[in-house]
Design a binder for this molecule. Structure first.
Ligand SMILES: NC(=O)c1ccc[n+]([C@@H]2O[C@H](COP(=O)([O-])OP(=O)(O)OC[C@H]3O[C@@H](n4cnc5c(N)ncnc54)[C@H](O)[C@@H]3O)[C@@H](O)[C@H]2O)c1
Ligand SMILES: N[C@H](CO)Cc1c[nH]c[nH+]1
Ligand SMILES: [Zn+2]
Length: 430
């Protein structure tokens, strides 16, 4: 059973803090395992990657079969059901159109002293995209990772995806083809992150690693940060539904189950101002989980990390939501636009009864790689800006240099860096 909390009870704050502190993503144990894996890959390269891949995924790989050949990609992708391919193409086109609008533009101008100032954007050269594949297969995550990189102009995209028991869904390779990704490795987990970060004989290192994954992937990304860039921590998925009396309990239950279905530490929380809805949603959860063909994943996710919180007002619901800073916040209320501005900390917001989170997972157009584990308080979802860097541009002529020189030389003297000061004054014959 999920935990039930009532914000009007005296022990609520303590219980709420326990919910916030629940260890869903990174534990010391996971961190230690990942440290060992990374060290192994750094020392033994492809052989370690192959051994670890066989240990965790039973993938049957060897150091020289880590990469899919063009023929393997072509053959597998060709087996994709045409209906699936068309749906992926539809999703691709919508995601691409939305991300095209995120492209930053260079800005160069001259200020009132005649100084040229500007910001120039350039793409990261080589990125690794992590496509999760342990418990489920995510062709949608191929698109969500690759499209913003393509729009940004990234030259090299290396994709990693685990292949449990040596199997890969053809739709993963079809999605890669649609997105224009051809460098694909059948590896996952911390060993894949380490191979991308440090490079091996067969996998050239990248500059940045992006993409979602389980606790091992999230911990590995944390540990290689600095050697390479990372996008954010996009770990086990989360949904927070804020619902009032206008919500449909069957729809809310379905949305909570959808996220719990990700398993492995996924979190589904309902906050409602309407106590009868809480009971109705619980009953619906039981009914709907029993109908699922793969009910165990959703049930475990729900039992371990589900919570229903009743609150007296929507204002309190918003306060709690901002403290939880969930990956996804659904506003299943009468007037979602009125509340939207108050939700400051969320990876993505879904407006109203007819916007299930799953539509954003696939075809809405926005990105589904989003910050989890409260990192939405400081991080954003994946987008074009994750694949570009800003370089500032500065230019003076004799007149504008003269206008800036006195203040600059004064600050140089204060810092006792005479060489700095001289490099300015020498140009002005001072
Ligand atoms: N936040 C997002 O944007 C987003 C999007 C999609 C999926 N997700 C999340 O991604 C996750 C996918 O997880 P997954 O497990 O299905 O696939 P995954 O690819 O993330 O993890 C599988 C890998 O984990 C490693 N692993 C498993 N058990 C291990 C162990 N005991 N020791 C060391 N390594 C081990 C293996 O190397 C395996 O290849 C889910 O938690 C899901 O919620 C998040
Ligand atoms: N809800 C996940 C995290 O945003 C993404 C996903 C992919 N496929 C299904 N769901
Ligand atoms: Zn999902």
């Amino acid at each position: 059973m999920p935990i039930r909390l009532d914000a009007s009870q005296p022990d609520f704050e303590q219980q709420f803090l326990a919910l916030l502190g629940s260890k869903r993503e990174s534990s010391q144990e996971v961190g230690d395992i990942v440290t060992t894996i990374i060290a192994d890959v750094k020392s033994h390269g492809d052989q370690a990657v192959a051994d670890l891949t066989n240990k965790f995924d039973s993938a049957g790989v060897s150091p020289d079969t880590l990469r899919f050949t063009p023929e393997q990609i072509e053959t597998a992708a060709a087996r994709t059901d045409p209906k699936v391919r068309a749906a992926l193409q539809f999703a691709h086109d919508r995601i691409r159109a939305h991300h095209e609008k995120q492209k930053p533009v260079d800005h160069i101008y001259q200020d009132d002293l005649g100084v040229t100032l500007g910001t120039r954007w350039s793409a990261v050269e080589a990125v690794g995209i992590y496509v999760p594949g342990g418990l489920a297969s995510y062709p949608s995550s191929v698109l969500m990772n690759a499209i913003p990189a393509k729009v940004a102009g990234v030259e090299r995209i290396a994709m990693v995806v685990p292949t449990p028991n040596g199997d890969i869904s053809p739709s993963i390779l079809a999605a890669a083809q649609i997105a224009g990704v051809s460098e694909i490795y059948r590896i996952g987990g911390a060993q894949a992150v380490a191979a991308l970060a440090f490079g091996t004989n067969s996998i050239a290192r990248v500059d940045k690693i992006v993409g979602p994954g389980n606790a091992f992937v999230a911990a590995a990304k944390r540990q290689v940060f600095g050697t390479v860039g990372i996008d954010m921590i996009a770990g086990p998925s989360e949904v927070l539904v804020i619902a009032d009396q206008s919500a449909n309990p069957a729809w809310v239950a379905a949305d909570l189950i959808a996220q719990a279905e990700h398993g492995g530490g996924a979190q589904s929380i309902l906050i409602t101002t309407h106590a009868p809805l809480a009971d109705a949603v619980l009953a619906e959860m039981d009914r709907q989980i029993a109908l699922l063909p793969r009910q165990t994943i959703a049930r475990e996710g729900w039992d371990d990390f589900g919570a229903i919180i009743t609150v007296p007002t929507l204002a309190i619901a918003v306060k709690l939501a901002n403290r939880i800073a969930s990956e996804h916040v659904e506003l299943a209320i009468d007037d979602p636009k009125a509340l939207m501005g108050d939700i400051r900390h969320a990876g993505a917001i879904f407006l109203g009864h007819h916007t299930p989170e799953a539509i954003g997972d696939y075809v809405g157009g926005s990105n589904h790689v989003l910050p989890t584990a409260r990192s939405a308080r400081f991080a954003s979802g994946l987008g074009v800006l994750d694949f570009v860097k800003r370089t500032s541009v500065l230019g003076c002529d004799p007149g504008s240099l003269a206008a800036l020189a006195d203040a600059a030389v004064t600050i140089a003297q204060t810092e006792q860096l005479d060489g700095h000061g001289r490099s300015i004054s020498i140009r002005l014959n001072r």
